[in-house]
Design a protein around this ligand. Structure first.
Ligand SMILES: NC(=O)c1ccc[n+]([C@@H]2O[C@H](COP(=O)([O-])OP(=O)(O)OC[C@H]3O[C@@H](n4cnc5c(N)ncnc54)[C@H](O)[C@@H]3O)[C@@H](O)[C@H]2O)c1
Ligand SMILES: O=c1ccn([C@@H]2O[C@H](COP(=O)(O)OP(=O)(O)O[C@H]3O[C@H](CO)[C@@H](O)[C@H](O)[C@H]3O)[C@@H](O)[C@H]2O)c(=O)[nH]1
Length: 453
C-alpha cells in the first residue's frame, strides 16, 4: 500500500521505516526541515538500535522517501499515519494542537476514500472528533479516521515493531479494521479489533498500569530498607506468581521518559473532565515524583559538603539504549546538584549531545566512565547502561580515594566491587538509613534550553 507518515520522531520514523521494510511504499513527512535533510542523507536524528540499517536498505530499494513538501507527501496515498507529538498542556491534559493541525493539513491534499490512522497517544474521543473535522473540512472525500495506538519502547522500538504483544485497531466498521490489519499482514501477533474510544483507552490504561507497577515496587523498596529485606528478592518472589508477572518490578529512582509522566497526567485530566478520579494513577504519580528524594537523601548523607564537591553522574538518558533525556530522573538530580553548587562530571554513551544542548557548559562532559569518575567523591549511577556496569568496577578500583557509589538503578553487583567501597542501592538495607524528613525543591536550570525534537 502507499502510506504517508506525518512526524519523523521516535514513533513516526520507526513506524514508517519498518512499514517500508515489510513491503509498503512509504513517505515520511515532517515540518522540521533539518530532520528531513538528515534523513535524506541516511542519518537517523536520534539513537535507536537497528533503525539506520533498515532505513538505508529501504531507501536503496526505492520504498522509502522523506519530505517536507505537502503535495508530494499526501497526493497519491491510501493511508496517512499521524505520529506527531501530544505534549502535556498546562493542567496535564494532552495538547492536541499538532494532531489537529496535521489532520487538517493532510485532509486537504488526500484523495477520496482514504484512511487517516492516529498513532499518536490521544485521549478517548479524539479520533471521533477528527472524523467530524474531516467531514466538515472535506465533506465529499469520504475520509475515515481510525485509531491504532503505538506500544513501542524506545531502545527496542524496531524489535517491538516486528514482535509486538498485540496490535490494537479502533474503527467503527469491519472493513476499516480489516484494511488496517492487512497493512501488518507480515507481523504475527494478536489483534484487538475494537472501537476508536476503546483503542484510545487501551493505550492510556496500559501505560498507567505499568507506571503503577513501578511506583508500587518503589514504595515496597523503601519499606524493604526499613525492615531489612531486599527488594530484588522480594520482586523475584512476587513476580513468580503468573497472575502478577515479573516485568516492570525493577525498583529505582522512578520512571521518566516522554510517555509515562505525560500519559498518567493526561489520564487523570481526562477523568476530571467527567468528574471522576483516577486515585491509583494519581498515587503512582505522587510516589514517582518523590522517589527521587531517595537519591537526594543519600547524596546529602554521603557528602560532607555538596558545595564544590566533585560528583560523577553516570547515565543521563531516561533508560538505556536511547539518547532521549525527556523527563529523565537524571536531570532532576543534576538540577539539584547544580543548585547546591556541586561540580558535576557526567558520562552517557549516547545522551551527552542532547544534555549539552540543555545544560551547556554548566556540566563537565566525559567520553569514558573512567574519566567521569576521576577525582570524584561520590558516583551516582542513574541509567543502567551496559558500558557503565562493565567499566565502573575497574574505574573505581584504580582510584586512590574510594568513593561512595549510589546506584539508583540497582544494576551493580556488590561482588564485583572492591570491598572498601560503600555501595548504596534502592530497597536494600544499608548501614545508615536515618533521614531527616526533607522536602526538596528543585529549580530547573535556566540555561538556554533548545528544542531537541
Ligand atoms: N516515544 C515513544 O516511545 C512513544 C511510544 C508510543 C507512543 N508515543 C506517542 O506518539 C506520539 C509521538 O511521539 P514521539 O516521541 O515520536 O514524538 P517526537 O516529538 O519525537 O516527534 C514528533 C515529530 O512530529 C513532527 N511534527 C509536529 N507537527 C507536525 C506537522 N503538523 N506535520 C508534520 N510533522 C509534524 C515534529 O517535527 C517531530 O519531528 C506522541 O503522542 C507520543 O505520546 C510515543
Ligand atoms: O521495572 C521498571 C521498568 C521501567 N522503569 C522505568 O520506566 C521508564 C519507562 O521505561 P520503558 O517503559 O521501558 O520505556 P518507554 O520507551 O517510555 O516505553 C513506555 O512508554 C511508551 C510510550 O507510550 C509505550 O509505547 C511503551 O509500551 C511503554 O513501555 C524508564 O525511566 C525506566 O527506567 C523502572 O523504573 N522500572
Amino acid at each position: 500500500m502507499k502510506v504517508t507518515v506525518i512526524g519523523s520522531g521516535y514513533v513516526g520514523l520507526v513506524t514508517g521505516v519498518c512499514l517500508s521494510d515489510i513491503g509498503h511504499e512509504v513517505k515520511i513527512f515532517d515540518i522540521n526541515q533539518h530532520k528531513i535533510k538528515m534523513l535524506e542523507s541516511g542519518q537517523v536524528p536520534f539513537y535507536e538500535p537497528g533503525l539506520e540499517k533498515i532505513l538505508k536498505r529501504n531507501v536503496k530499494k526505492n520504498n522509502l522517501f522523506f519530505t517536507s513538501q505537502e503535495r508530494f507527501a499526501f497526493a497519491d496515498t491510501d493511508i496517512v499515519f499521524i505520529a506527531v507529538g501530544t505534549p502535556p498542556g498546562l493542567d496535564g491534559e494532552a495538547d492536541l494542537t499538532y494532531v489537529f493541525r496535521a489532520v487538517q493539513n493532510a485532509s486537504s491534499y488526500m484523495k477520496e476514500n482514504s484512511i487517516i490512522i492516529v498513532k499518536s497517544t490521544v485521549p478517548a474521543g479524539t479520533t471521533e472528533k477528527l472524523n467530524s473535522l474531516c467531514k466538515k473540512l472535506v465533506p465529499n472525500k469520504n475520509l475515515t479516521v481510525a485509531s491504532n495506538p503505538e506500544f513501542l519502547r524506545e531502545g527496542s522500538a524496531v524489535k517491538d515493531f516486528y514482535k509486538p504483544d498485540r496490535i490494537v485497531i479502533g474503527a467503527n466498521n469491519d472493513v476499516i479494521h480489516e484494511k488496517i490489519k492487512s497493512l501488518y499482514a507480515l507481523i504475527e501477533t494478536e489483534y484487538c479489533l475494537t472501537t476508536p474510544e476503546s483503542a484510545e483507552m487501551i493505550k492510556y490504561a496500559s501505560n498507567a498500569l505499568l507506571a503503577v507497577k513501578i511506583s508500587f515496587i518503589n514504595e515496597v523498596a523503601l519499606l524493604c530498607e526499613e525492615v531489612g529485606a531486599d527488594v530484588e528478592e522480594v520482586a523475584l518472589g512476587v513476580g513468580k506468581d503468573k497472575r502478577i508477572g515479573s516485568s516492570f518490578l525493577r525498583a529505582g529512582i522512578g520512571y521518566g521518559g516522554s510517555c509515562f509522566p505525560k500519559d498518567t497526567e493526561a489520564l487523570i485530566y481526562l477523568a476530571s473532565q467527567y468528574n471522576k478520579e483516577m486515585k491509583i494513577v494519581q498515587a503512582a504519580k505522587e510516589v514517582n515524583d518523590r522517589q527521587i528524594n531517595w537519591m537526594l537523601d543519600h547524596i546529602n548523607q554521603s557528602a560532607t559538603q555538596i558545595e564544590h564537591a566533585k560528583i560523577a553522574v553516570l547515565g543521563l538518558a531516561f533508560k538505556p539504549e536511547t539518547d532521549d533525556i525527556r523527563e529523565s530522573p537524571a536531570l532532576r538530580v543534576i538540577d539539584y546538584l547544580l543548585q547546591r553548587k556541586a561540580e558535576v562530571q557526567v558520562f552517557d554513551p549516547k545522551a551527552m549531545p542532547n544534555t549539552k544542548n540543555q545544560y551547556g557548559t554548566t556540566l563537565s562532559y566525559h567520553e569514558t566512565v573512567e574519566a567521569a569518575v576521576e577525582n570524584t567523591d561520590i558516583v551516582l549511577v542513574l541509567t543502567e547502561w551496559e558500558v557503565i556496569i562493565k567499566h565502573l568496577p575497574a574505574a573505581i578500583n584504580s582510584m586512590i580515594s574510594k568513593p561512595v557509589i549510589i546506584d539508583g538503578r540497582n544494576c551493580l553487583e556488590r561482588i564485583k566491587l572492591n570491598s572498601d567501597i560503600r555501595l548504596v542501592q534502592v530497597g536494600k538495607a544499608s548501614e545508615e538509613t536515618e533521614f531527616a524528613n526533607v522536602e526538596y525543591s528543585i529549580n530547573t536550570v535556566s540555561v538556554a534550553k533548545k528544542n531537541i525534537s
